[in-house]
Design a protein around this ligand. Structure first.
Ligand SMILES: Nc1ncnc2c1ncn2[C@@H]1O[C@H](COP(=O)(O)OP(=O)(O)OP(=O)(O)O)[C@@H](O)[C@H]1O
Length: 280
């Protein structure tokens, strides 16, 4: 399997995919010499336009590893990954990454940059702003995205002075700058208090409504934070998929108990979820 960047396919990563398929993994595994077990083992998974997936599983289950494959940040050890119709290992992954929004709270953002500047950097996929690359249309788009995510008033505020909830929404606005077809969110609710979490849930639900073709994959630790827009779930344990498919087919007390290795009771509250462990 490929381990480095290869030639460009020539037709650009935004075209050439099977109708509606955004991401397809076939028999993928990831091995690391230093790991006791495989971070990921024999996984096949397809994400289509308009689907909103939640990746759930205990610590070390392989969620972040899977998200890194989906974002063309790493290559599989075996199997194939087709992203936006292009096979990893046969295209310039830098070009491919430009069509995937990746939101990771651990990603470095210069704290002195204003919220507007941080969103602008999404247009170039850079940490630092590349001022000569941002024309009027790009600047206006950054302003519109800030407004869409309720951060209009934060435009000139330094990113480092924004609350964690505000930062989370600014990061998503940044990731949407290149109009990606796939948005990956790695624990976007991490560190948020209850109102900030609910604001972000609202934003993600609005996003699903306003961009019906956008596919999203969200890594989460808590069922309570899943937006009602989540349509599909992949349950991982020890690097292996336990179940995957539509929320109504996959999510339940029995499947979650198997996934987390504890008896879990799952309650549906309207379009949201509440989970807790129960004494055997
Ligand atoms: N580069 C690496 N070298 C060795 N082991 C690794 C490497 N990357 C990940 N692993 C191992 O693979 C397993 C899966 O890691 P991963 O970060 O994908 O899990 P996760 O489900 O995201 O966990 P968490 O919920 O704690 O963030 C872990 O046991 C981890 O230690």
């Amino acid at each position: 399997m490929a381990t480095g960047d290869c030639d460009s396919s020539g037709d650009g990563p935004a075209r050439g995919d099977e109708a509606g398929t955004v991401l397809r993994l076939r028999d993928v595994s990831v091995s690391r010499r230093s790991a006791r077990a495989e971070p990921l083992a024999t996984l096949s998974w397809t994400v289509r336009a308009g689907e909103h997936w939640a990746l759930l599983g205990p610590n070390g289950a392989g969620k972040t590893t899977l998200l890194r494959l989906a974002g063309a940040v790493m290559f599989p050890t075996t199997g194939t990954v087709d992203l936006l119709g292009h096979r990893l290992g046969t295209v310039d992954v830098r070009e491919l990454r430009a069509h995937v929004g990746h939101v990771n709270p651990a990603q470095r953002v210069p704290p002195h940059c204003s919220a507007h500047t941080v969103v602008l950097t999404g247009a170039t996929g850079t940490v630092q702003p590349l001022w000569d690359r941002y024309g009027d249309a790009t600047r206006e788009r950054a302003s519109a995205l800030l407004k869409e995510f309720g951060c209009d008033a934060l435009r000139e505020r330094r990113f480092g002075e924004c609350s964690q909830g505000e930062q989370a929404r600014i990061r998503i606005a940044r990731a949407l700058m290149p109009e990606p077809r796939l948005l990956l969110l790695d624990e976007p609710f991490s560190g948020l208090d209850l109102p900030a979490r609910e604001d972000l849930v609202d934003s993600l639900e609005d996003l699903a409504r306003s961009r019906p073709e956008l596919a999203t994959v969200t890594v989460s630790h808590h069922l309570e934070e899943l937006p009602s827009s989540v349509s599909h779930v992949l349950l991982l344990r020890d690097g292996r998929p336990l179940a995957q498919g539509r929320v109504s087919d996959v999510l339940g007390g029995a499947s979650l108990s198997a996934c987390f290795g504890r008896p879990i009771e799952l309650v549906r509250n309207g379009a949201r979820w509440h989970a807790r462990t129960v004494r055997p």
